[in-house]
Design a protein around this ligand. Structure first.
Ligand code: PAF
Length: 281
């Protein structure tokens, strides 16, 4: 696996590489990331990943400084996963001067995750557009675990006419259902044992909706109460339309239920798509 930090060096390395598939990450890689790398292989000739903890997408009280940085272990995993090129820029490679030109996503950036993490999606969209300009991939893969991020980036790519296919990667879960996340490492053993409840309440909502329950407000409220009764501090549980993450119209069938809740220090997010009944079996 080649590793490059300076942008000109990476650009030179990517000349004549055929179809480039790009998987951006912030490192601290787990099996969910590796599944995206494996998926990437099927979408092109050269798999490029980036590893950069992007200061722009963290709020002032978030865990930027504490975010786990595990470069050597990440390199080993990427090598084993057959990644061809790793772009690992330093702060000065990517932000040699203050980043004053920013990508400002539309109103959805202030809902759900955005309501609790102001400016987060502006930071994500800005760094991803910059990474796209540097790597110039033909396809890019983002995990569905960050469902709203995937939607924001898909819409940015379409509206700015970037010649890049955006591919969603399925969430990888532990045997007990907990979605893999770099932030799971912050959980104490007792919190880790409690954590799969998030997935269970989302599943219960999916089953209720597939059984015909359309009282989304009550389902959301009941789920938040169940979490909070078990020691969580819930930011939101929300049933939304898959297409635009808006509150579902009366007949809308393609839904997703999303949640964010804090268990001790770590804030966990998860979601499950709810497919129309005729496709569900
Ligand atoms: O999902 C992530 O890890 C980050 O938000 C991303 C897309 C790499 C941008 O920093």
């Amino acid at each position: 696996m080649q590793i490059h930090s300076p942008i000109p060096e990476l650009r030179a390395a990517l000349r004549n590489c055929g179809r480039v598939v790009f998987v951006p990450t912030m490192g601290n890689l787990h099996a969910g990331h590796i599944a995206l790398m494996t998926q990437a292989r099927a979408h092109g000739d050269t798999v490029v990943t980036s590893l950069f903890v992007n200061r722009l997408q963290f709020g002032p009280n978030e865990d930027f400084d504490k975010y786990p940085r595990t470069f050597a272990a990440d390199c080993e995993k990427l090598q084993a996963a057959g990644v061809d090129v790793l772009f690992a820029p330093g702060e000065n490679d990517l932000y040699p001067e203050p980043q004053e030109y920013l990508v400002d996503p539309p109103a959805i950036q202030n809902q759900l995750e955005g309501e609790f993490r102001p400016g987060h999606f502006r930071g994500v969209a800005t760094v991803v557009l910059k990474l796209f300009n540097i790597v110039q991939p033909q396809a890019a893969i983002f995990g569905k675990k960050d469902y709203q991020q995937l939607m924001v980036l898909r819409n940015m790519t379409r509206q700015l006419a970037l010649p890049i296919e955006i591919v969603g990667g399925e969430t990888v879960r532990a045997d007990d259902g907990l979605a893999l996340s770099s932030r799971n490492g912050y959980l104490s053993p007792s919190e880790r044992a409690e954590a799969p409840r998030l997935y269970r309440v989302l599943n219960a909502i999916r089953e209720a909706v597939q059984g015909g329950d359309r009282d989304f407000a009550k389902l959301e409220r009941d789920a938040a109460v169940e979490l909070d009764r078990n020691g969580w501090k819930t930011d939101y549980v929300a049933v939304r339309q898959q297409a635009d993450l808006q509150v579902p119209g009366a007949a809308e069938q393609a839904l997703v239920v999303l949640a964010a809740s804090r268990l001790g220090q770590p804030r966990l997010i998860d979601n499950i798509e709810i497919q129309p009944l005729q496709n569900a079996y």
